[in-house]
Unconditional design. Structure first.
Length: 284
């Protein structure tokens, strides 16, 4: 459970950095681009990926699909926040758990115990209650939140596939993913700079570096968690989402002084119960 906890902490930190960065009006595209530069450098420096193991038989379809989805879904996330607000975007991102859990059952043949089913029964209403917050945006631009939901769900499943690949060490897989994601973001930033005349902001580099450090940690520990729970992918899927919601909500309340309703408090309590059931299920 340690790897899962560390992944949650890194993920929540990334969200907090983006929230702080918004007050400085820096480019999300530049932050995401710089993020992959730093993440790639960390991966190469600390994990020493063995690129010699890569050949024609490596799972390039998975690498390319996931490498493209990682930055693109990041951008969908930013567009969704702009059009629908943070609340509705959070709902879409966390409800991607449905796709992850169904995928664990349909594609990985996982059998669900009573404890895991109980965790899901508590978990889904917890998501709705925690994210049930008032918003001034009444527009129905659901295309971006829908893409966020689908994107994060598919990313979870692809990460599970990457973790199960024995022909390529996960350290090398991580390096390949960051490399592909960086190429995609260089194209996006190149377009912004050349055609939309967007200037490079030094603050974007700073925030991008911070995001890169914690994004690297998030994905590294997430892959390690999937390896540790190879036979129980739903534990990682559910634990990650529930953990982010609980810790993220506490950070929002204590650090950013966000207001909470009675529904939010009930949702937090249900989410904690879900996490407890997930932990107990590992000892049965």
């Amino acid at each position: 459970m340690l790897f899962l906890f560390l992944s949650v902490i890194c993920s929540v930190t990334v969200g907090a950095i983006f929230k702080i960065a918004r007050t400085y009006q820096v480019s999300a595209i530049q932050i995401v681009g710089c993020n992959y530069i730093f993440a790639l450098a960390l991966c190469y420096s600390f994990l020493s990926p063995d690129l010699a193991v890569l050949d024609a038989s490596s799972p390039w379809e998975l690498f390319i699909l996931l490498g493209v989805l990682l930055p693109v879904v990041f951008l969908f996330l930013a567009a969704s926040i702009k059009n629908m607000g943070i609340v509705k975007t959070d709902v879409a991102q966390r409800l991607s758990l449905i796709i992850s859990i169904l995928g664990a059952w349909l594609f990985f043949g996982e059998q669900f115990s009573g404890l895991k089913l109980a965790a899901l029964l508590f978990g889904f209403p917890a998501i709705i209650l925690i994210l049930d917050k008032p918003t001034e945006n009444k527009e129905n631009k659901w295309i971006c939140p829908t893409l966020v939901l689908l994107g994060f769900g598919v990313i979870d499943l692809l990460f599970k596939q990457i973790a199960m690949t024995s022909s390529v060490p996960f350290t090398t897989s991580l390096f390949v993913l960051f490399s592909i994601a960086l190429v995609i973001m260089l194209l996006f930033n190149g377009y912004e700079i050349l055609f939309r005349k967007t200037k490079i902001n030094f603050k974007s580099i700073i925030f991008g570096g911070l995001v890169g450090v914690f994004n690297f940690g998030n994905i590294l520990f997430y892959l390690k968690a999937h390896q540790a729970f190879a036979k129980n992918p739903s534990t990682v899927f559910a634990g990650m989402n529930m953990g982010i919601i609980v810790i993220g909500s506490l950070v929002g309340i204590l650090v950013f002084k966000e207001k909470v309703t009675k529904h939010n408090i009930i949702g937090l309590f249900l989410a904690l119960l879900a996490v407890v059931f997930i932990v107990i299920s590992q000892f049965n």
